[in-house]
Write a protein that binds this ligand. Structure first.
Ligand SMILES: [Fe+2]
Ligand SMILES: [Fe+2]
Length: 301
């Protein structure tokens, strides 16, 4: 599927990538502090409630999901993996990649919105304040670097968005489920059963998720971080699983155990966004040292 077929406007319905994240946060509001740091919202949230979020979503967000659900087919995901997972576009260190991501120009308000780099540092700082291990702090620092896909010309709907398995039936707990009617895979009978092309408990490593910044970054960093960190990175946008409890039948026991870490990470991603800017120059030496502990000077992107 060639990218040229999408016009510039249809590539970027969102004013900025945060518009998607703000919508996710609206759907999963933060619970009071006394429910514990790793508590997630009620996994049995009524379908009705979901529909309300859909009904009140901004038109830009709605259009973003329409494009995402329309174009993220099994074939599209395979094509993007072939296109990007050879990792032969650039060689960059982690901090360099953070600065590169920061060159992403969108319609954010520079006076009130944090930059991409500030979001990463802020997430890491909150994890550090809560006393988590160094690899967990580092995971917060790098988790969104896959968004450099935007700088490689990829449309928003192929970089961010709640991810979901392709090649099997779409859970009805995926937000804006109705837009899947326009996805060509809806006509492929082999993709429309509960298991589709997969087998019961086959493990998420064998499952193709919709393409975006999670999967891309996982491949960039997979040789350097512990498994817990890799699960957090690879599945942090897999809301249908980590927030809705769907697709457990594709998971193996290791995935189920690792998803506790994915759930532990999610509040830091969603709720640490404050407008208080982290003092990046002061913090940089600490993070440079942390990066050097785990990563080589240059990675392939
Ligand atoms: Fe992300
Ligand atoms: Fe994030």
């Amino acid at each position: 599927m060639a990218d040229q077929q999408y016009s510039t406007a249809s590539n970027a319905p969102l004013q900025n990538l945060e518009e998607w994240e703000d919508f996710v946060k609206q759907r999963y509001p933060e619970l009071p502090a006394n429910t514990g740091p790793f508590q997630t919202t009620n996994p049995h949230k009524q379908r009705e409630e979901f529909r309300n979020y859909e009904a009140t979503a901004r038109p830009t967000v709605r259009e973003f999901y329409r494009l995402n659900h329309r174009h993220q087919t099994f074939a599209f995901v395979q094509a993007k993996k072939r296109e990007f997972l050879s990792l032969d576009r650039r060689k960059m260190g982690i901090w360099e990649a953070m600065e590169f991501l920061n060159t992403l120009v969108d319609d954010s308000d520079p006076d009130t919105d944090l930059s991409q780099l500030e979001h990463l540092v802020q997430t890491a700082e909150q994890i550090r304040k809560d006393g988590h291990p160094r690899w967990f702090v580092l995971t917060g620092l790098v988790h969104d670097l896959g968004k450099i896909l935007c700088l490689f010309g990829q449309p928003q709907w192929a970089v961010v968005g709640d991810t979901f398995p392709v090649g099997c039936a779409w859970s009805d707990r995926i937000v804006f489920h109705e837009f899947f009617a326009q996805n060509p895979d809806a006509l492929e009978a082999r993709y429309q059963t509960r298991l589709g092309i997969y087998s019961e408990g086959c493990g998420l490593d064998n499952v193709h998720l919709s393409w975006g910044h999670d999967e891309y970054l996982y491949h960039v960093v997979k040789d350097y971080l512990p498994d817990e960190a890799l699960h957090m990175i690879r599945y942090h946008s897999f809301y249908p699983a980590h927030r809705e409890g769907e697709y457990t039948y594709l998971m193996n026991d290791r995935d189920k155990a690792m998803f506790e870490w994915v759930r532990a990470f999610n509040p830091y991603d969603l709720y640490t966004k404050s407008h208080q800017r982290p003092k990046v120059p002061e913090l940089q030496p600490f993070y440079q040292e942390l990066i050097a502990q785990y990563f080589p000077a240059q990675l392939r992107w």
